[in-house]
Write a protein that binds this ligand. Structure first.
Ligand code: GDP
Length: 297
């Protein structure tokens, strides 16, 4: 419960108000529901999501009636748990692989969210699944990012296609893809340039790169600390370029949880993977049920 400590504590306040009650009623869930609402809002869950969530939980709470041997506070915990899992997409959303080689994964996202790190982490993750990979260094505005990707690629033992900065992203995508075909790799991952904010030039460039690559996966890398704005960010990228999912980074930081809880519901796109550390091994699938368990402490 380290990272969602505040949320966990806020929700505990809700259950504690049901101690000594025999059954859940319309009356005695008013206070706990207020606590749940407050806890979610403080965790930066987006408002419409909080509204729907609270409604769904209270409908079920009142409709559940008496369950022998289960205390009302435990009933509410169970209902909240199940709704949290549903909110985060229910099942794990697996990465999709192309029918014929190579599978192309395009990574997008704002600057500093952990895109370059994720590129190499993802290559290592796929390598462990037995896939051969290649990385394309597409952040042509930051030589340091290209150097960093080359270093990380070396570290995880995956080749990096880099062609400097005097080249258009779409052109490096074309060359990189050609190289990947020649090398006959299973998966090619392209890191792209991020900007501090969403702008038209960035979107146009990404669209062009996407056209060239025809990727199987377009994953938006989102910093979990983004909080409230994360869901809107995913929605915007989805509308503009069309994404297949998100990767949430820095879950090891003091994220309040809002992004993890809002992204799927608001954007319709699942979180597929999460980064929870700076080491190359720190990337794993996003398990809604585990996340719900962690939130409930
Ligand atoms: P980019 O600008 O999106 O390519 O971001 P970078 O990959 O350069 O990462 C920015 C910073 O975030 C670096 O210092 C990374 O080490 C750090 N970082 C990336 N992912 C994670 C993560 O999951 N947890 C932590 N704690 N730090 C991360």
């Amino acid at each position: 419960a380290e990272m969602f400590g505040q949320l966990t504590g806020g929700l505990e306040a809700a259950w504690s108000k049901l101690k000594g009650e025999e059954v859940l009623t319309k009356e005695n869930i008013v206070e706990p529901m207020r606590d749940i609402r407050r806890a979610l809002l403080e965790a930066d869950v987006s408002l419409p999501v909080v509204r729907r969530f609270v409604q769904a939980v209270s409908d079920q709470a009142v409709g559940t009636g008496l369950i022998r041997g289960v205390k009302p506070d435990q009933q509410l915990v169970k209902i909240v748990h199940d709704e949290l899992v549903k909110l985060m997409g229910g099942e794990v959303s697996e990465l999709v692989f192309a029918k014929s080689k190579p599978t192309v994964i395009l990574l997008a996202g704002l600057q500093g969210v952990g895109k370059t790190t994720v590129s190499a982490k993802l290559a290592l993750y796929l390598k462990k699944l037995g896939k051969s990979c290649m990385l394309i260094a597409g952040d042509v505005y930051r030589p340091a990012a290209i150097d960093q990707l080359v270093i990380l690629g070396n570290q995880v033992g995956v080749p990096v296609y880099a062609a400097g900065t005097a080249i258009k992203p779409a052109e490096i995508a074309r060359q990189g893809l050609q190289e990947a075909r020649q090398k006959n790799v299973d998966v090619v991952i392209m890191d792209t340039a991020g900007r501090l904010q969403i702008d038209k030039a960035m979107m146009d460039e990404l669209k062009e790169v996407k056209r060239v690559l025809n990727p199987t996966e377009v994953l938006l890398v989102v910093d979990a600390m983004t909080g409230q704005e994360a869901a809107a960010l995913v929605t915007t990228f989805n509308v503009e370029i069309g994404i297949t999912g998100a990767i949430l980074t820095k879950l090891d930081g003091d994220s309040r949880g809002g992004a993890a809880l809002s992204v799927k519901e608001v954007s319709g796109k699942p979180i597929k993977l999460v980064g929870r550390g700076e080491r190359m091994e720190d990337l794993e699938p996003f398990y809604p049920d585990r996340m719900a368990g962690r939130i409930l402490g």
